[in-house]
Design a protein around this ligand. Structure first.
Ligand code: FRU
Length: 503
C-alpha cells in the first residue's frame, strides 16, 4: 500500500482514502487495540458524508492495519460517534453462556435525510473481534424527549454500583444514564447547563473516567472530558478555546454512580481548564478495557478543527488521528491537573539521529545546520538565560518554517505555523498558538513530535500541550536551534527519527 503521498502522516493513523473525523469505539480486546472512527469508505470524494465506522487494529499502539469499515449506515441513519466495551459478564445476553464479546454503543443521525429528526442511541454486537457487527433488533435503545442534539455515547462499567454508565452530549450539557444490560437505560443526572464559559458551541464527545492521583493506586479522582463544537458560536458571548474553533476542556471531581460533582467551582471563564492549546486536537476519548496490569489511561484524538476540517489540502484522504497519549493526573501548587504524555511504545520505535549537551545558544548560530529530518521526536531541555525567546524551528527551508518556542517574558510555550507551508485554504489557519508554562528550576522542557503534516508539542512533562496541523513542502526538512535577544543554555537535546507505522 502506498502511504507516501504528499502530506501523508507517517506515524499518525489516517485511512487509506476518504474522510476521517472522530476516533470511536476504542477498546482493547484479545490482544488488539481497536480504533474505529468516523469514516466515509465508499464516497467519491474525501469529504464529510454518510458516516460509517472505519476500523483499524494494532497489537502495539504503533503499527496499524486498516480493516474493512464496519457498522454501515442503513435505514436507521448514519452511524455517528460512540464507544465500544467488552461485555465480560455477558450482561447483554448477546454472547454464549460463558463467553464475552464486544458491544458498540453509537448515535444514529438522520438529520440530513429527515430534517428535524432527533439523534438516538443504538447498540450492535460483535462475536468476531469487531470484524462484523449485528445491530440489535430493539434499537434505538435511547431517544431524547426534546433535544435534537443527543449524541456520542461513551460507556463504561462502574464497579461500585455494578452497572453500565453512559455519558452523553445533549446540546448544552452532559447527561448520565445507567443500565444493567446495555439495552435499557435510565436517566441519572445532568451536568454543565449552568457552567459558565463552556457554551460557545454544542457539547460533543464527553468522557468520564477514574484516574489515579500522582500514580497512587489508593487515591482516585474522576475526570470529565468535554469537546465543544465550533458551530459558528452558538453563544458568541462565551470564550473560544485557546486556539479558536472547536476545542476540549476537562473537570476534575467525584462521581457516585449517578452524579458528577466538580472539585473546584466554575464561577468564571478562568476556571475552565483546556486540554490542548493548539488548534488540532478534538473529540478525544479514552480506550476501554485496558488490562489491569497495564492500568494506563490511553487516548487518541482527531487532529483537526471543525473550522477548516473540510478544506485541508490533501487529495486522497482527509483527516488523521493524533499520536496515542497517556493521561495522568498530577498535583501542582494550583491544584490537580491533567497531563498528557506520548505513549512510550511510540518513543521506543525511534532511532537516534543526534544528541547535544550543554551548548550555549546565541543569536545567529545554528548547531543543527547540517541535520535534516521530516519525522522525528525532538526532546529538548533549556536553561533560561538572557534570551527573551528561544526554541527550535522544524520543517524548515529558505521560505518555510514551523517555530516551537518559549517566550520568557510571558512564560509561554508556543507554536507558530504562520509560515509553515500551505496555509491559504482557510483564513484562520496561519496563526501562533500559545500555552502557559512555568519554568521549573529555571528550566523549560519540551518534546516535539513532528510528522509530514503535523506537530505535537508536550511542554513541561505534558502540562502544556500544543497540537497543530502543518502542511510544509517535502523539501522543508531543515532544523534550527535559536535564541533571540540574548543567550540560552541548551542543557540537552535528543533527536530520534520515527519510522513509518504502516505494515
Ligand atoms: C464531533 C462530532 C460528533 C458526531 C460526529 C459526526 O466531531 O460532531 O458530535 O457524532 O462528529 O461525525
Amino acid at each position: 500500500m502506498n502511504y507516501t503521498e504528499k502530506f501523508r502522516p507517517q506515524y499518525h493513523y489516517s485511512p487509506q482514502k476518504n474522510w476521517m473525523n472522530d476516533p470511536n469505539g476504542m477498546v482493547y480486546y484479545e490482544n488488539e487495540y481497536h480504533l474505529f472512527y468516523q469514516h466515509t469508505p465508499f464516497a467519491s470524494q474525501p469529504d464529510f458524508g454518510r458516516m460509517h465506522w472505519g476500523h483499524a487494529v494494532s497489537t502495539d499502539l504503533v503499527h496499524w492495519e486498516e480493516l474493512e469499515a464496519s457498522l454501515p449506515p442503513g435505514e436507521d441513519g448514519a452511524i455517528f460517534s460512540g464507544s465500544a466495551v467488552v461485555d465480560t459478564q455477558n450482561t447483554s445476553g448477546f454472547f454464549d453462556e460463558d463467553g464475552s464479546g464486544l458491544v458498540a454503543i453509537y448515535t444514529n443521525n438522520d438529520n440530513k435525510v429527515q430534517p428535524g429528526k432527533p439523534q438516538v442511541q443504538s447498540i450492535a454486537y460483535s462475536r468476531d473481534k469487531g470484524r462484523t457487527w449485528t445491530k440489535y433488533e430493539g434499537n434505538p435503545v435511547l431517544f431524547p424527549e426534546t433535544t435534537l442534539d443527543f449524541r456520542d455515547p461513551k460507556v463504561f462499567w462502574h464497579e461500585d454500583t455494578s452497572s453500565w454508565i453512559m455519558t452523553l452530549a445533549v446540546q448544552d450539557r452532559v447527561e448520565f444514564y445507567t443500565s444493567p444490560n446495555l439495552k435499557e437505560w435510565a436517566f441519572a443526572s445532568a451536568f454543565g447547563a449552568d457552567v459558565i464559559g463552556t457554551h460557545r458551541g454544542v457539547y460533543e464527545c464527553p468522557d468520564l473516567f477514574s484516574i489515579h492521583v500522582d500514580g497512587d493506586p489508593n487515591q482516585k479522582k474522576w475526570v470529565l472530558i468535554l469537546s465543544v463544537g465550533d458551530c459558528n458560536g452558538v453563544n458568541p458571548n462565551e470564550p473560544e478555546p485557546p486556539a479558536g474553533g472547536s476545542g476540549m476542556m476537562y473537570f476534575v471531581g467525584s462521581f457516585d454512580g449517578k452524579t458528577f460533582t466538580p472539585d473546584e467551582p466554575i464561577l468564571s471563564i478562568h476556571d475552565v481548564k483546556w486540554i490542548d492549546f493548539g488548534s488540532d486536537f478534538y473529540a478525544a476519548v479514552t480506550w476501554s478495557d485496558i488490562p489491569e496490569g497495564d492500568g494506563r489511561k490511553l487516548w487518541i484524538g482527531w487532529m483537526n478543527n471543525w473550522r477548516y476540517a473540510g478544506t485541508l489540502p490533501t487529495d486522497k484522504w482527509r483527516g488523521n488521528a493524533s499520536i496515542p497519549r497517556e493521561l495522568k493526573l498530577r498535583t501542582y501548587r494550583e491544584g490537580l491537573r491533567l497531563v498528557q504524555e506520548p505513549v512510550e511504545e511510540l518513543r521506543k520505535t525511534g532511532s537516534p539521529l543526534m544528541a547535544l549537551e550543554n551548548v550555549t545558544l546565541v543569536p545567529g548560530t545554528n548547531p543543527l545546520a547540517d541535520i535534516t529530518t521530516d519525522r522525528a521526536e525532538l526532546i529538548a531541555e533549556f536553561e533560561i538565560g538572557t534570551a527573551t525567546e528561544f526554541g527550535m524551528k522544524v520543517r524548515k527551508s529558505a521560505d518555510e518554517e514551523t517555530v516551537v518556542g518559549y517566550d520568557t517574558l510571558n512564560m509561554e510555550l508556543f507554536v507558530d505555523r504562520t509560515n509553515s507551508g500551505t496555509t491559504n485554504f482557510h483564513p484562520d489557519f496561519a496563526a501562533k498558538h500559545q500555552a502557559p508554562l512555568l519554568p521549573v528550576d529555571n528550566r523549560v522542557r519540551m518534546s516535539i513530535f513532528m510528522d509530514w503534516s503535523s506537530i505535537e508539542v508536550f511542554g513541561g512533562e505534558g502540562l502544556a500541550v500544543i497540537s497543530d496541523m502543518i502542511f510544509p513542502a517535502s523539501e522543508s526538512n531543515g532544523l534550527e536551534l535559536y535564541a533571540v535577544g540574548g543567550n540560552v543554555k541548551l542543557v540537552s537535546l535528543q533527536i530520534n527519527e520515527l519510522g513509518s507505522i504502516w505494515r
